[in-house]
Design a protein around this ligand. Structure first.
Ligand SMILES: NC(=O)c1ccc[n+]([C@@H]2O[C@H](COP(=O)([O-])OP(=O)(O)OC[C@H]3O[C@@H](n4cnc5c(N)ncnc54)[C@H](OP(=O)(O)O)[C@@H]3O)[C@@H](O)[C@H]2O)c1
Length: 292
């Protein structure tokens, strides 16, 4: 319709801030949204990735969730460049440290919470006043199937994503009627650098000595071999499957509170609603054993 087209041409370009754009879902989301005529601020936590993103034509800034000053500076720089406008925030950057909870150093867990949870809060708070002023905005939180299902050796990551789920449910209620929508993206296995990064973290933080001394040694050795082989799964989807739902969350007039992505996420979300905890534990224990 010509009228609709004219209205779209008149609309100011929509603006999004995305974290963790060095690879995987963040990088794919930045490319796709730019292709859909969004003005994309693609952030990364390392200077070399910021340079690479700039060379690829993005407005890119340094943003490390473990460094509160970098979060505040990046948010302020974006708002300054846009005259105080921001239509959407995609909190995405995160990592896992595999390992049994009894082997997980508290300092590593604390640091992971900075990256996967507390930094997200700092950034969300930094952009909310602009969204409040606009009376509109989208906050999209990259959670996981592991945001509502516990799995052995995923405890640190599980805890951070469960925290994010509770946080986002509360935020959605608190922002009800404000025009600002909060959506949780809940992918299962996605083909990115995630497993590679997780393996690196495991070997650095639990370490060969920790593996050798652990009561979980045998399971660890099998898990390392599985991660080295790329954690193959029949159900693994490419990053674009996630990006498709991110696009819905930022563009649809009625974004969903939750986006289930991949067969395991749908199956587990249904199982969690139907099964008593003990029965669900049996299913998850069997799933974990099948991975060894
Ligand atoms: N892949 C999966 O199977 C899967 C499934 C469910 C949910 N997710 C979620 O999807 C999101 C993106 O992960 P991905 O699969 O795209 O993995 P990825 O390829 O490993 O990308 C993760 C991104 O997060 C960044 N990051 C890590 N620590 C950060 C920090 N302290 N501050 C800012 N950014 C940080 C990484 O930067 P560096 O390159 O500097 O490390 C990278 O850009 C995460 O929230 C993850 O939990 C992934």
């Amino acid at each position: 319709m010509p009228g609709q087209k004219a209205a779209e041409q008149d609309r100011p370009q929509r603006i999004i801030l995305i974290t963790g754009c060095s690879s995987g879902i963040g990088a794919a989301a930045a490319r796709t949204l730019r292709g859909r005529d969004w003005r994309v601020f693609a952030t990364a936590r390392r200077a070399e990735d910021v340079e690479r993103l700039r060379a690829a034509g993005f407005e890119s800034l340094l943003l490390d969730y473990e460094d509160a000053a970098s979060i505040e500076e990046a948010a302020a720089a974006v708002l300054e460049r846009t005259g105080g406008r921001l239509d959407a925030l995609f909190n995405n950057g995160a990592y896992a440290i595999p390992g049994a909870l009894e082997d997980m150093p508290t300092a590593a867990l604390r640091q992971l919470f900075e990256a996967n949870f507390l930094g997200w809060h700092t950034l969300t708070r930094a952009v909310l006043p602009a969204m409040r002023r606009q009376g509109a905005g989208r906050i999209v939180q990259c959670s996981s199937i592991l945001g509502f299902i516990g799995m052995p050796y995923r405890g640190a990551y599980n805890a951070s994503k469960f925290a994010l789920e509770g946080y986002s449910d509360t935020l959605r209620l608190e922002l009800g009627g404000s025009g600002i929508h909060v959506s949780l993206i809940e992918p299962g296995p996605i083909a990115t650098r995630f497993t590679e990064n997780a393996l690196e973290n495991f070997l650095r933080i639990i370490g060969q000595d920790g593996i050798a001394a652990s009561v979980h040694r045998e399971a660890y050795e099998k898990r390392v071999a599985r991660m080295q082989a790329g954690e193959k799964s029949l159900f693994k989807l490419p990053a674009r499957a996630v990006v498709k739902q991110v696009v819905h969350a930022v563009e649809a007039p009625r974004p969903k509170a939750r986006y289930w992505i991949t067969v395991p996420t749908v199956a587990m979300a249904v199982a969690k609603r139907l099964l008593p905890t003990r029965a669900l534990d049996r299913v998850l224990t069997r799933a974990a054993r099948s991975e060894e």
